[in-house]
Every structure is written in structure tokens, then in C-alpha cells.
Ligand binder design. Structure first.
Ligand code: WTA
Length: 649
């Protein structure tokens, strides 16, 4: 595809908060004197006690990251209270239900009431500053209330995506020793019910076996479906908040007090509890929300992510609400009741800024243009993409068909660990190239290094590192600082290593090429191949498993599993189905294997290490380019793998 550049649109430029000159000027300042730059921008949020120290960070030794450390603030205060005077009656949250006839609007005043009541309920049930609260919820406003109520009293929330299994939920409850859970009776997506309370009951049993006893479960009634009830543990949300006081003073939090934990997958071991803290995170989330989307007061803003992922944290709840925006929360799925749903919702609520994932764009592109073109979409001004590389075909369709060639696309690259967007266009400043995340945000210094850690200058392709801290950066792995150092700062000493590969072109634009570690990205959901492997080997029939990603038209990457069976087991289609179900049960439907290949052996080196490079090539059906196989203990394994490959093109 030709490497066409799309000039900055005239309209986007004329209304923009940041034009190209400002971008260049601010970027230079932010790198030359980060202290001064962030001293100024840290003030975009309200502080009970202003900070005097701005930046105190080190990527070497024990790795310590502190921003605004002597300031006192509160996140819920910044997301609610400070807006009450000017926009108390403005809508804070538009909720669009799974069913298109189901919606509601919550003003900032109402948000204050909901959050204060819930905070008081939590306090009355023993939740204190620093306690971990697990949130396992559908996309309903109560999920946002729960997050904000935690921040109001200084509790640390840990949201677990509603699509995760009881086992996965239990693992996250035990890891952070969380004894208070907020959930709903059932979730509703695409007309299907998800048994959240039932899953919670099961997870609590598993956690108990592992030594963590959940004391209270607060249950929102969403569907009024039947649930089991444990009277001394379970509390109905609607009953408890009805009798709670409607005011709750915000706790004065230190800038570096923990705000939330969010579990995410890495190349090895169990998911890590990424820890974000209060002040720097909020400054960064709100600033990126404003400038990356060119947010103006009064705009209707919609991010289609789920609050179970970091995008939902930073760009449905914290960034937009800190800016006093109207944020739309969508309970459903893109193709229910029809593939026009996104565009219908945009027209219905007159959405100005729309932020979604490439996987959804590709799926809707496949459904045909008619579903889009029959809607107006005139309100749209800025489009966004996040979660995985966007292929140029999908980008161009998004630009031409959805945006009618009048809306800039911001392809935003970032990670759970980074808290907010790091590489991105700005709508009124950056000429666009389909498939490129373009240029770094203020204060962000990307660097490409080769596998030996040597810095690559100019036009180059390598491993993407960030050389200095930004306020939204994660501070540690919850309960395991050593793992934090090992994972992110030991591969290339003194640098934050992202795990992504990246190319820089002649214009200094960045093109993310995907993960270079054993993490795969399935429909924008991040997954460790090790997690899927460990789920597979926990099945009685499986002796050994190796999992790799392969290019998938809709999902970005699919999950390809190589399996060696126990003696006497037979690799039938029935067993394939059983294994798929087993993984869904252990992790959740998002981890469903796409291809399963049974194999008498796996390609290993003489020291027993599985050569994944070979497995990846075979999964991609590119076995002509296997490279050097001479170090294999048994090279004949490869012939069998090729003969029985499951992904013949
Ligand atoms: C990938 C999601 C290309 C990348 C916010 C990263 C992207 C991982 C983009 C983080 C993008 C995210 N272009 N790749 N615009 N955005 N990624 O933690 O591989 O769920 O490392 O955070 O998604 O996924 P996570």
C-alpha cells in the first residue's frame, strides 16, 4: 500500500487546542526541562495541598518513580466536586444499554450523590484507606460509581473484566488479598446473560481455599435474574445506597498513594498487578484526553472499551470526568441488534469524539458499507483507534466511510503500564499516515534499540523503549517490586522496555509492529501465551503445550496451540472441542484457542528449550523460512509439524 500522507484537515486545524507549532514548541520544552513543563501542567487538577516537588524518578537500581510527591489531592473530588458549581446539571455519563431502548443520563450532581452514598456504604462495611476492592461488573454506571467511590475514601480498586472466568477472578482476588467485592446479578451483552454473581460465588470459594476470605459482596441488580444469596455476606446495592448518607468528604490522598491495580498479562507467569497512583496518573489521563482528542467543553465523547481494561479506566472514567466531559458508557456489542449499532448510537446521542479498537473496525467493515452510510454521523469530529496495530485498509475505511473524510484519526499507542497514551497524532497538528501512531506525546522520549541494546538512530526498526519517566507511568507490580524491575528495566538497563517492536520512518514517525515477547493480542485483548499453555496442561489429556499467535483477519492475532498428549490419548476433534471449552472455563472466552494441532513432539533445543520461532512460522504457514533448525534435538519433529499444520492457506 502506498505510504500516503493525509494533511491536517482545515477544520481540525482551526479549532485545535494544539497546532503543529505549539506541538513542536511544547514537545521541546517538555524534554528539555521536564520539571518546569510538568510543574505547569500538574496544576490542571485541583490540589488540597499544592506540590513543591515535581519529578523524582529513576530507571536504574531499585527503580523509583514519584511525581508531585508532596501534594495532596483526591481523584473523585477532581472528577466530580470541582465541576459542581459550573456544570452540576450537565450530563456526566450517558449510559446506552445493551437494548437500544434502554438508556439514561446522569448529571454531575447526580454522580456526586451516587458516589457519596456508595462510599458511605463501603465505609459502613469496613472498607478503609488502602484496602483492595475488587470490581467485577458489566458496563453500567454503577461500575463508574464503584471506581469513584473507592477513590473517594482512598480504597484501591482492582477491576476484573466481566468476561473472565471464576478461576481468573479468584486469582486476582487472592493476589491482592481483596476482601470486598462489587458485582451484579448478571451482565447483559448482545442479548446474552453473563452470570456474574454466580461466577463471584465460585471465585470466592476458590479464593477461600487459597487463604483469602471475602467478607462482603455488594450486588447490583441489573437483570433481576435468579441468584444464590448468602445473607451474612451478600448485600443488595440498591437497598444499601437508599439508606446511606448523600455526602461523604473526599479523603486527602498523597500524590503517590495507590489508586488502582489492574492485572495484565506478560510473557511469563501469572498476570501482574499493575499499580497506578493518584496524582501523576490523573494529570496524565486528563491531559492526554484533552489534547489527543482535542476535547472542547460540551463535546459528547464515546470510548467503546470496557472498564475492565485500562482504556476504560483512563478514557471512559478518569480522563473525561476530570475534564468535566460528557462520557458515554455502552453496555452492548458492536453488532447487536445490527451492525449499525455504533453509528446509530452516534446519531442518537450526537457523539463528537469516537474511540474504538481495530478489531471492531475490521468486523464492521466486513459487514458492508450500507450499515454505515444509512446513518448520518454528522456530529462526528474526531476518530480514535487503540489496542493493536491498525492495518491501513481498516484505517482508510474508517477515515473514508465512517468519518466521511472529514475526521482526523488518532491512532493511539499505549499500554496498561503507561497509564495513558504515549505515541499519537494530535488532530489539529499531525499529518496522518494510515497504520502509524506517528509522534510522541509531550514528555515522552521513545528510543529504538537492537537486541544487544545498542541505540538505533534515524530511520530504523528495533525494540521500543522509553528513556525517561512520564507522570502516568505504573509505579510497581503490586506486592512484587522485584518483578517490576525484572520485567521492565532489566532487558535494557536504565530504560523502560515496552515489549513492542517498532519502526521509525524518514519523518520520525513511529510504526508499532507488534509484541516481540510471548504476549499475543487477540481482538485487542492482551494475553500471555504462558497463561493459555498453563490452562491447557491442566487438562488430564495434555502432556505438553506450546501456544503462539498467528495473523487473523478479524482478531488481529489468533491463538494457535501445539499439544502433545498423554500416553494412550487420541487427538480427536472431540478432544479439540473439550480443550477449547477447558481453556474458556479456566481463563474466559477471550482465550478460546482458534487452532489446535496435536503433535507427537515439540521442536526443542538439546537443552530442552522450545523453539517458538519455528512454531510461529508453521502457524503462519510460512514454513519455507524456518531458518536454522540444526540446533534441534530431533529435527524430524519439524516434518511432522509441517505435514499436520492446521492453518494451510
Ligand atoms: C498494543 C491497551 C499498535 C501494543 C491500551 C501494546 C498497540 C499493547 C496500539 C498494550 C496501537 C496498543 N498500535 N499496537 N495504537 N495500542 N497496542 O496493556 O502491543 O491492553 O504493548 O493496553 O497493545 O495492551 P494493553
Amino acid at each position: 500500500m502506498p505510504n500516503k500522507t493525509y494533511k491536517v484537515l482545515k477544520d481540525a486545524k482551526s479549532r485545535a487546542l494544539i497546532d503543529d507549532d505549539t506541538y513542536q514548541k511544547w514537545y521541546k520544552q517538555s524534554i528539555k526541562d521536564p520539571e518546569k513543563f510538568w510543574d505547569k501542567h500538574g496544576k490542571r487538577i485541583d490540589w488540597f495541598k499544592p506540590y513543591t516537588k515535581v519529578k523524582n524518578t529513576s530507571f536504574t537500581g531499585k527503580v523509583s518513580i514519584k511525581w508531585f510527591e508532596d501534594g495532596l489531592t483526591n481523584v473523585s473530588y477532581n472528577c466530580i466536586d470541582r465541576h459542581l458549581e459550573k456544570r452540576g446539571d450537565q450530563v456526566a455519563i450517558i449510559w446506552e444499554g445493551d437494548n437500544p431502548y434502554d438508556d439514561k443520563k446522569i448529571t454531575y450532581k447526580e454522580l456526586y450523590d451516587h458516589v457519596c452514598r456508595l462510599a458511605n456504604v463501603m465505609k459502613a462495611n469496613g472498607v478503609k484507606k488502602g484496602d483492595r476492592v475488587t470490581i467485577y461488573m458489566p458496563m453500567i454506571p454503577e461500575a463508574a460509581y464503584a471506581m469513584l467511590a473507592c477513590t473517594r475514601i482512598g480504597a484501591i480498586h482492582s477491576i476484573v473484566f466481566g468476561g473472565f472466568s471464576p478461576d481468573a477472578l479468584a486469582g486476582r482476588i487472592t493476589d491482592c488479598k481483596s476482601t470486598f467485592v462489587i458485582t451484579a446479578d448478571e451482565g447483559l451483552r448482545g442479548g446474552k446473560k453473563i452470570p456474574l454473581k454466580h461466577n463471584t460465588d465460585l471465585a470466592i470459594k476458590i479464593a477461600e481455599r487459597d487463604g483469602v476470605v471475602v467478607q462482603k459482596v455488594l450486588v447490583v441488580q441489573r437483570t433481576a435474574g435468579k441468584v444464590e444469596w448468602f445473607a451474612d455476606r451478600d448485600i443488595w446495592y440498591h437497598e444499601a445506597v437508599a439508606s446511606a448518607k448523600p455526602d461523604c468528604p473526599p479523603a486527602k490522598m498523597k500524590a503517590e498513594d495507590p489508586l488502582f491495580i489492574l492485572y495484565t498479562s506478560g510473557s511469563t507467569g501469572k498476570p501482574k498487578g499493575v499499580l497506578h497512583t493518584t496524582g501523576g496518573y490523573l494529570v496524565y489521563a486528563s491531559m492526554t484526553h484533552e489534547y489527543v482528542f482535542d476535547y472542547h467543553p460540551g463535546d459528547i465523547y464515546w470510548c467503546t472499551a470496557d472498564v475492565g481494561w485500562v482504556t476504560g479506566h483512563s478514557y471512559i472514567v478518569y480522563g473525561p470526568l476530570a475534564n468535566g466531559a460528557t462520557t458515554l458508557m455502552f453496555e452492548g456489542v458492536p453488532n447487536y441488534p445490527s451492525p449499525s449499532r455504533f453509528w446509530d448510537v452516534i446519531d442518537k446521542h450526537q457523539v463528537n469524539i469516537f474511540y474504538t479498537a481495530p478489531t471492531a473496525i475490521r468486523a464492521l467493515m466486513g459487514a458492508g458499507d450500507d450499515h454505515v452510510t444509512k446513518t448520518s454521523r454528522k456530529s462526528l469530529r474526531t476518530l480514535g483507534s487503540v489496542g493493536e496495530p491498525i492495518n491501513p485498509e481498516a484505517w482508510i475505511w474508517y477515515y473514508n466511510v465512517v468519518g466521511d473524510k472529514r475526521c482526523p484519526i488518532v491512532d493511539t499507542w499505549w499500554q496498561t503500564e503507561t497509564g495513558g497514551i504515549l505515541i499519537t497524532p494530535l488532530p489539529g497538528a499531525t499529518p496522518l499516515k494510515p497504520g502509524s501512531a506517528t509522534r510522541p506525546f509531550f514528555g515522552v522520549q521513545p528510543q529504538l534499540v537492537d537486541n544487544d541494546g545498542d541505540v538505533l538512530e534515524g530511520t530504523a526498526e528495533g525494540n521500543l523503549c522509553i528513556v525517561d519517566s512520564w507522570p502516568g507511568q505504573m509505579r510497581t507490580v503490586y506486592g512484587d517490586h522485584e518483578r517490576f524491575i525484572q520485567t521492565y528495566f532489566s532487558t535494557y538497563k536504565g530504560k523502560y522496555f515496552t515489549g513492542d517492536g517498532c519502526r521509525r520512518d524518514d519523518d520520525g514517525y513511529y510504526w508499532i509492529t507488534g509484541r516481540v515477547d510471548d504476549v499475543i493480542n487477540v481482538s485487542g485483548h492482551r494475553m500471555g501465551t504462558a497463561e493459555v499453555e498453563s490452562a491447557l496442561v491442566s487438562h488430564d489429556a495434555v502432556s505438553e503445550a506450546a501456544v503462539v499467535g498467528y495473523p487473523h483477519d478479524l482478531k488481529g492475532q489468533g491463538i494457535y496451540c501445539y499439544i502433545t498428549l498423554m500416553e494412550g490419548q487420541e487427538g480427536t476433534d472431540e478432544l479439540r472441542k473439550a480443550l477449547v471449552n477447558h481453556v474458556r472455563h479456566e481463563i474466559g472466552p477471550i482465550a478460546s484457542p482458534d487452532k489446535i494441532q496435536f503433535s507427537p513432539g515439540l521442536p526443542k533445543t538439546r537443552s530442552g528449550k522450545i523453539m517458538r520461532r519455528i512454531l510461529r512460522k508453521i502457524a503462519e504457514d510460512e514454513f519455507g523460512a524456518l531458518g536454522d533448525t540444526s540446533t534441534l534435538a530431533d529435527p524430524s519433529v519439524v516434518d511432522d509439524l509441517i505435514a499436520n499444520r492446521q492453518n494451510k492457506k
